[in-house]
Design a protein around this ligand. Structure first.
Ligand code: ATP
Length: 252
C-alpha cells in the first residue's frame, strides 16, 4: 500500500512545553488513521503539524519532517497555503461561515483559486453535497443561511466545503464530539465512504469510534507515541502495557 503521509521524528514545542516528542508514523493512502490518548497528550498538536497550522501560532516550534507523497511540507520552498489546500481540516465544532448561504459555504474555499463560472460552481456544490449525503436535505434551500441547519448538517456542510477544494488528505479533530448519536453515525458512515478518494486522519476521544472507523490507530501519552498499527490488533492485542491500560479504561 502506498504511503501518503510520512511523519518522521516530528517534535512540536510550545515554549517549555514539549507537546509532541519524536514521533514517526507512516500513513497509508486511502485509509483512516485514528489518533487516541488522554486529554493533553498532544493529539490535536500532532494533527495540526500535518498541514502547517502551527505556522499560525507564534510560540510553536516544529522540527522533524512531514512528507506528503515523499516531499517535505516544511521545506522552505513550500507555500503553506498550498499545503492546506492539499491537506484539508475539519474541526470539532461545526464552523460554517455564518453570514453565508449553504451554497456559498461549499464554494468558499474553491473560489480562492480565482473566478469561476456559475455552472462550475453549481456542479461543485451538487457533487460535494451529494458526497456528504446532504444534497437531498438541502437542495431546495441552497440559498438559505447555513446557520439554519442542525449541528450535524452543519458539520456535513463543513466536510463538503473541505472536499470541494479536492484535497488529498483530510484531518478531522473530533468531528463528531459536538453531535447527537444519529449525526455521529452519519459522520462515521461518511468517513468510511470518503476513504475511496481521500486519506483521513482523525483525532477522537471516543475509543469505540476509533475502533469503528479506523484502519490504523496511534496511541499517544504525554506527547509520546506509545504504539501504532492495525486498529483491530491494537484494540485486541496491544503490544504495550500502557496501551492496554488505556483501552481497558484503567486510566485516561
Ligand atoms: N497554542 C498552544 N500554546 C501553548 N501550549 C499549547 C498550545 N496548544 C497546545 N498546547 C499544549 O500542548 C499539549 C498538548 O495539547 P493538545 O491540545 O495537542 O492535546 P490533546 O491530546 O489534543 O488534548 P484534548 O484531548 O484535551 O483536546 C498540552 O500541554 C497543551 O497545553
Amino acid at each position: 500500500m502506498k504511503t501518503k503521509v510520512t511523519i518522521d521524528k516530528l517534535n512540536v514545542h510550545f515554549g517549555q512545553t514539549h507537546a509532541v516528542k519524536d514521533v514517526s508514523i507512516d500513513v497509508p493512502e486511502n485509509t483512516v488513521t485514528a489518533i487516541i490518548g488522554p486529554s493533553g497528550c498532544g493529539k490535536s498538536t500532532m494533527l495540526r503539524a500535518l498541514n502547517r497550522m502551527h505556522d499560525l501560532f507564534p510560540n510553536a516550534k516544529v522540527t522533524g519532517k512531514v512528507l506528503l507523497d515523499g516531499n517535505d511540507i516544511y521545506d522552505r520552498s513550500v507555500d503553506p497555503v498550498s499545503i492546506r489546500r492539499r491537506v484539508g481540516m475539519v474541526f470539532q465544532k461545526p464552523n460554517p461561515f455564518p453570514a453565508m448561504s449553504i451554497y456559498d459555504n461549499v464554494v468558499a474555499g474553491y473560489k480562492l483559486n480565482g473566478r469561476i463560472k456559475k455552472s462550475e460552481a453549481d456542479e461543485i456544490v451538487e457533487t460535494s453535497l451529494r458526497r456528504v449525503a446532504l444534497w437531498d436535505e438541502v437542495k431546495d434551500r441552497l440559498k438559505s443561511n447555513s446557520m439554519e441547519l442542525s449541528g450535524g448538517q452543519q458539520q456535513r456542510l463543513c466536510i463538503a466545503r473541505t472536499i470541494a477544494v479536492q484535497p488529498e488528505v483530510i484531518l478531522m479533530d473530533e468531528p463528531a464530539s459536538a453531535l447527537d448519536p444519529i449525526s455521529t453515525l452519519k459522520i462515521e458512515e461518511l468517513i468510511e465512504e470518503l476513504t475511496e478518494k481521500y486519506t483521513i486522519i482523525i483525532v477522537t476521544h471516543n475509543m469505540q469510534q476509533a475502533a469503528r472507523v479506523s484502519d490504523y490507530t496511534a496511541f499517544f501519552y504525554m506527547g509520546d507515541l506509545i504504539e501504532w498499527g492495525d486498529t483491530k490488533k491494537l484494540f485486541t492485542n496491544p503490544e504495550k502495557r500502557q496501551t492496554e491500560d488505556y483501552i481497558t479504561g484503567r486510566f485516561g
